[in-house]
Design a protein around this ligand. Structure first.
Ligand code: 13P
Ligand code: SF4
Length: 302
């Protein structure tokens, strides 16, 4: 902790002088999540909270698509991302042209786009969703078929819970695709009684073996509600670290996978972002207008 103290102090001062807030995703490391963040949560909560921020500057401690979403909802505010290389394998898996081609293959079928995409892809979409509201968003459209992109596994996991037919794309999260069903069975053997929670970006066979599946916020809420004495969160590593701080009485088993993109954000580069007011997120206004519509339509559902 002493190595972090100087950066934490500097960030706290900079937040006041810049009139800035820090929004941090649940996958940020504990020293960011617990020591400097003003608002923490899953992608849905961060999008929602971004709308209510009363500050001139938002620093998004998370990945680029999250910073873009904050900018879409706060066009007049300065949104900073501490490392422009903080991407996402899902966002990389699809282009606006791919979406236009899909629309041509399935005329009239609405496009539901996971928030883990670029603003340019959101702009081609009818509505966005997160892992926390995908089922509700899909069912709100009142249709019998949707295109859901870009996460194949999220699409298949949601399809298993709804009567709506889901046409999926082929994107995967490079972190969650590494979990497999055999690992879950081995965990149950090695840690009797363990309660297994899986993020819906995991392959469907992993979700099928789990006791519960939900967004990062839903997993956190499950732990708070049920207090399983022994639990494993099949997701990014910092998630368990952050939840464990809140529940020292529980045993967290930790096979987890690191997201190299989330881990690009550090106290040091949050401090630099605020000192130099870099790196500002900008979105072409024409793209932003259409992308914002898809995000706002989602927020109107849930
Ligand atoms: P959540 O919306 O559940 O926080 O997930 C975001 C994400 O990137 C998971 O990999
Ligand atoms: Fe993207 Fe996966 Fe990292 Fe989430 S964990 S930001 S989906 S690569």
């Amino acid at each position: 902790w002493p190595v972090y103290a100087q950066d934490i102090d500097a960030i706290m001062t900079l937040k006041r002088t810049r009139n800035a807030v820090i929004l941090a995703h649940n996958y940020q490391t504990p020293e960011i999540f617990h020591c400097v963040a003003d608002i923490v949560g899953d992608s849905l909560a961060l999008a929602r909270e971004a709308m209510n921020v009363d500050a001139d500057v938002i620093v998004l401690a998370g990945v680029h698509f999250m910073a873009e979403t904050a900018k879409l909802l706060n066009p007049e505010k300065t949104v900073l991302i501490p490392d422009t290389g903080a991407g996402c394998s899902l966002a990389e898996s699809i282009t606006p042209e791919d979406v236009r081609l899909l629309r041509r293959s399935y005329p009239g079928v609405p496009v539901v786009t996971y928030v883990n995409t670029s603003a340019a892809v959101k702009a081609e979409s009818d509505v966005c969703c997160t892992s926390g509201n995908a089922k509700e968003v899909i069912e709100s459209l009142g249709v019998d078929r949707v295109i859901m992109l870009p996460d194949e596994y999220l699409a298949r996991n949601v399809a298993a819970q709804t009567h709506v037919k889901v046409i999926a794309w082929t994107g995967h999260c490079e972190v969650h695709e590494l979990f497999n069903a055999a690992d879950v069975r081995q965990l149950r053997e090695d840690y009797p009684g363990v309660v297994v929670l899986a993020h819906p970006e995991c392959p469907p066979e992993v979700v099928a073996e789990a006791d519960f599946s939900g967004s990062t916020a839903a997993m956190q809420a499950y732990v708070g509600r049920n207090r399983p004495p022994r639990v494993v969160l099949l997701t990014e590593c910092s998630m368990s670290d952050n939840v464990a701080v809140q529940h020292p009485e529980l045993e967290f088993i930790r096979p987890c996978n690191l997201c190299p993109h989330m881990k690009k954000i550090t106290l040091r580069n949050i401090r630099s972002a605020l000192e130099g007011m870099r790196h500002e997120v900008t979105i072409d206004p024409l793209v932003a207008e259409r992308a914002r519509r898809a995000v706002e339509r989602m927020l109107a559902v849930r």
